[in-house]
Write a protein that binds this ligand. Structure first.
Ligand code: SME
Length: 155
């Protein structure tokens, strides 16, 4: 069995290690779901965030959950709704330091305290978003944004 090896201490260095291993692991894989689910697993191993998953664009108005690692996620999210639907609509990464302060946040679990949602682009179109939730406030910053935007290019 393969594991993600994290040997460094700063978050940026850890993301770099994670990214390089992911590039190698995904090297020969062409199936998008296999790539997405492997990315979720690798992020979980590296950082052990509470909930890590994709919402895929199903049609022009709706996201559908999966693949993900964590407790039950909401199945569908409408465009412009919640953090995920807002990141999709605005076509940019959203960092939410405190989910209770984000107007319209969709609470799939009361454990989640902060969140980052990163759009996944293919041919200049958003095909999914990556949603990561933490049980701690202020868990995500510009370093997470920078590296997660790079990681989702591997989808
Ligand atoms: N909180 C998200 C919904 C998805 S769950 O956190 C897994 C949102 O507001 O879009």
């Amino acid at each position: 069995m393969q594991h993600i090896q994290i040997t460094t201490t700063t978050k940026a260095e850890q993301y770099k290690e994670l990214y390089e291993q992911l590039v190698h692991i995904l090297d020969q894989e062409t199936d998008m779901i296999a790539r997405m689910t492997t990315i979720c697993s690798a992020i979980k191993e590296a950082f052990n965030f509470y909930w890590i998953g994709f919402y895929r664009v199903l049609n022009e108005n709706e996201l559908v959950v999966g693949p993900y690692i964590g407790t039950l996620g909401c199945l569908r999210i409408q465009k412009g709704k919640g953090v995920c639907g807002t990141a999709w609509k605005l076509e940019k990464t959203i960092i939410v330091p405190d989910v209770d302060k984000f107007d319209g946040h969709i609470a799939c679990s009361s454990v989640s305290k902060s969140e980052i949602v990163v759009p996944v682009f293919k041919d200049n179109q958003i095909i999914a978003v990556l949603d990561i939730d933490s049980e701690y406030y202020n868990a995500f910053d510009e370093t997470d944004k920078e590296w997660l935007e790079k990681i989702v290019e591997l989808v």
